[in-house]
Design a protein around this ligand. Structure first.
Ligand code: 4NP
Length: 148
């Protein structure tokens, strides 16, 4: 799961997918990172932690890190939150195999819908709930595609 700062959207996405994987009995390695170096080592934004807690998921233990080239080898799928993250993640890719792993997470929801998870950093608490609901729906689709 990839966003800009790795303190709002992508740690929320990591938390949502971890939670759903645990409930499903399936197994997967799930992680998140930011394309920027702005918040390396920091906990998720307190508003993200609070929103996730309200939705029954604890992400307070996560720590921000920056996306690195080797992530494109280590993971089978790289879900990015918006087009700027898509561009900056694809810029780390050297091969078609790596490029093909990178997808806008909302593409999971099919045609005709908004493609970008809005950045809630500069907005209010309602933005975090909107992000949660988008990620919740997208992660249901992702879970359905994970084999084991
Ligand atoms: P995120 O949100 O990419 O969802 O973690 C942001 C966090 C920090 C900044 C921007 C977006 N920032 O500009 O510092």
């Amino acid at each position: 799961m990839v966003c800009l700062g790795n303190i709002c959207r992508s740690p929320m996405a990591e938390g949502v997918l971890r939670h759903k994987i645990a409930l499903s009995g399936k197994d997967a390695i799930i992680d998140s990172a930011g394309t920027s170096n702005y918040h390396i080592g920091q906990s998720p934004d307190h508003r993200a932690v609070l929103n996730m807690k309200k939705n029954g998921i604890n992400i307070s233990n996560l720590k921000a890190r920056q996306l690195k080239k080797s992530d494109l080898d280590h993971f089978d799928m790289i879900y990015v939150m918006d087009r700027m993250n898509l561009k900056n993640t694809l810029a780390l890719a050297d091969t078609a195999i790596q490029m093909n792993k990178v997808k806008l997470i909302l593409d999971e929801l099919g045609a005709g819908i908004e493609r970008e998870v809005p950045d809630p950093y500069f907005g209010g608490d309602e933005g975090f709930q909107q992000v949660f609901e988008m990620l919740d729906q997208a992660c249901d689709k992702i879970i359905a595609r994970i084999d084991g």
